[in-house]
Design a protein around this ligand. Structure first.
Ligand code: TYD
Length: 139
């Protein structure tokens, strides 16, 4: 199986004079059952988060409020997403290195995840990540 990928996901919105309403359903708007939701807030503007990949986990990352930069790396190429629209998330597949920085004041990052938290699923060493990508490319 090749290494992972990342792509934008646009969620529906129902707008009326009272405001906007966005919703997300597992296996409909995101390609997995949602097993976990977590969010980052009170993030200092100079903080760097992420710095890891996952062996199996898939996630979709949103800026519910404010903005931040998400940099993803499939082991060959890097790309940047500036997240600021609460309707638009980035699907991060397995074996993708991700980093988040440039958080605006008061930014809230929400993540939908395909599995419960499992530290054993993390790859926190970049060289180990590169080797894992190489393994899947060769197999
Ligand atoms: P981590 O995923 O490393 O955060 P980031 O990539 O944003 O820097 O998680 C930070 C800490 O929080 C780590 O000790 C694990 C813990 N954690 C949980 O206990 N449950 C969770 O669902 C998540 C995402 C993290």
């Amino acid at each position: 199986m090749p290494g992972g990928s990342a792509r934008l996901i646009d969620l529906p919105v129902v707008s009326d004079p009272r405001g906007d309403l966005t919703f997300v359903e597992g296996r409909n708007h995101v390609p997995f059952d949602i097993a976990r939701v977590y969010y980052l807030y009170n993030v200092p503007v100079d903080a760097e988060r992420g710095g890891h990949a996952h062996k199996v986990l898939q996630q979709v990352v949103f800026a519910l409020s404010g903005s931040f930069r998400l940099t993803i790396d499939d082991g060959l190429e890097k790309s940047e997403f500036w997240l600021r629209n609460p309707r638009q998330g980035v699907l991060i597949d397995r074996l993708i290195w991700r980093e988040m920085d440039a958080f605006s004041q008061g930014a809230v990052c929400m993540v939908l995840a395909s599995h419960p938290y499992d530290e054993a699923d993390y790859i926190r060493d970049y060289e180990v990540f590169r080797a894992a990508v190489q393994d899947t490319t060769n197999s």
